[in-house]
Design a protein around this ligand. Structure first.
Ligand SMILES: *Cc1c(COP(=O)(O)O)cnc(C)c1O
Length: 430
């Protein structure tokens, strides 16, 4: 396998784009190599510009739950494009989209569309602050909520891998309004609420952490967050940018049976186009401009191409709910197969899996918290990543990300991934 074209492309990109990429983790820095440039994708496969083929477990970081270049989604995008690509005026599609979201997630009584997950979370906390007339927000170590100033404090994902938990450029005056608790640790939340409870506008949480690698919430943890926020008049925001429409048609809130006040969405909701959304209780959402005083706007928000793609995707998921059983079962088989390989080779590693999301952590026996995740052996992951890539398996280029199963994956793909996993692990121990 050669990647000469990708190498050349990266050398050129670096001259025009900071670090050669438009999102940091794509640069493959934390796995000690250079990125492959993608030419095209179909189903469960991506193809690079050297014409190498990879079985894809990145899924564009989550959105591609129906597989790449899914035909109904493509058809919807094409026919929408022929009608014009943006008007900056209301369309029927936007109401259809909001109705579809509400059908799948009934807690979304009113929905506002934006263009990314970052915009969704950023806008949701502005709204929460206005609604509660409080300034503090509480987030969890290792949870990632996009790159807005208030969230770049002990954030996961790229910020974690690159060892820049606090980004320069985030003013102290903003950072001090973000309180940090430990994921899966009730005491850490209670301690903060004892002192500051009455000043906290919102608790924002990834109901299943996906940006420190996959970490499931402990039994009762999300229920505890629901009750402590209710007690203090604090809003609970579920950041379902990853989990929305992935864990279940109604996301983590359906899966765990817990209703947040506000929800943020992204990734899957755009069917592969750039979209985000936030929504929740009518009474809170009514505060948004033009009804209320809280300002938030977007030139391309509710873009017809993005609405068309997302809507078809959501309808497919809602109308074919057996997709969830399928991808979850494949996720489970992949996780169990990897655990067997780990054991057979006597490696210290563990696999966290929740439905169609999973992460293989090296050098640790369990990961239930951010502290556990940071104990993992990122050098080992880097070697594993490179071996996997060479054998045609495209994994997230960081220890602290999720692998995703899509509806385009088959039993055969999982078997192939497990064989490649065994071979890669074998070389790591030898
Ligand atoms: C990806 C992600 C975001 C940010 O979404 P963007 O579209 O990249 O801005 C926010 N929250 C979570 C949980 C995410 O995984």
């Amino acid at each position: 396998m050669t990647t000469n074209n990708s190498k050349k492309a990266f050398a050129e990109a670096i001259q025009y784009i900071p670090g050669g990429v438009n999102s940091p983790v794509r640069a493959f820095k934390s796995v000690g190599t250079e990125p492959i440039f993608i030419a095209r994708a179909k189903g469960a496969k991506v193809f690079d510009i050297d014409n190498n083929e990879y079985l894809d477990f990145v899924a564009s970081w989550g959105p591609m739950i129906l597989g790449h270049a899914q035909e109904d989604i493509l058809a919807a995008i094409k026919s929408a494009a022929e009608m014009g690509t943006s008007y900056g005026a209301p369309t029927l599609l936007e109401t259809e989209m909001a109705k579809q979201i509400q059908l799948m997630m009934p807690a979304m009584q009113l929905v506002r569309m934006v263009n990314s997950g970052t915009e969704a979370t950023m806008s949701a906390i502005r709204l929460a602050r206005a609604y509660t007339k409080r300034e503090f927000i509480l987030k969890f170590e290792g949870n990632y909520h996009g790159h807005a100033d208030s969230f770049l404090i002990k954030a996961g994902s790229g910020a974690l891998t690159l060892g820049e938990p606090n980004s320069p450029g985030v003013p102290e005056s903003i950072a001090k309004n973000t309180l940090i608790a430990k994921f899966n640790n009730k005491e850490s939340v209670e301690q903060i609420f004892e002192k500051m409870g009455e000043k906290i506008a919102a608790v924002i949480v990834e109901p299943v952490a996906g940006n420190m690698g996959v970490v499931a919430p402990k039994d009762g943890f999300l229920g505890f967050l629901r009750s402590i926020t209710e007690k203090f008049g604090t809003l609970l925001i579920f950041d379902e940018v990853i989990t929305g429409f992935r864990l279940a048609p109604g996301g983590a809130q359906q899966y765990f049976g817990i209703t947040p006040d506000l929800t943020t969405l992204g990734k899957i909701i755009g069917g592969g186009l750039p979209v985000g959304a936030y929504g929740g209780k009518r009474q809170i959402m009514e505060m948004l401009s033009p009804n209320g005083p809280v300002y938030q706007a977007g030139t391309l928000s509710g873009n017809p191409l993005a609405m068309a793609a997302g809507l078809v995707g959501l309808r497919m998921l809602n109308d074919n709910q057996k997709i969830y059983a399928k991808i979850s079962n494949l996720g489970k088989q992949l996780a169990e197969g990897m655990r067997k390989n780990i054991e057979a080779l006597g490696l210290i590693a563990c696999v966290n899996q929740v439905e169609s999301m999973l992460t293989l952590f090296f050098g640790v026996e369990k990961v239930e918290s951010f502290d556990d995740a940071t104990q993992s052996d990122t050098d080992m992951y880097a070697r594993y990543f490179r071996k996997s890539l060479e054998s045609g398996i495209y994994l997230a280029p960081s220890q602290f990300e999720a692998s995703f199963i899509s509806n385009a994956h088959s039993q055969h793909h999982i078997d192939k991934a497990l064989e490649a996993n065994f071979e890669a692990l074998k070389e790591l121990v030898s």
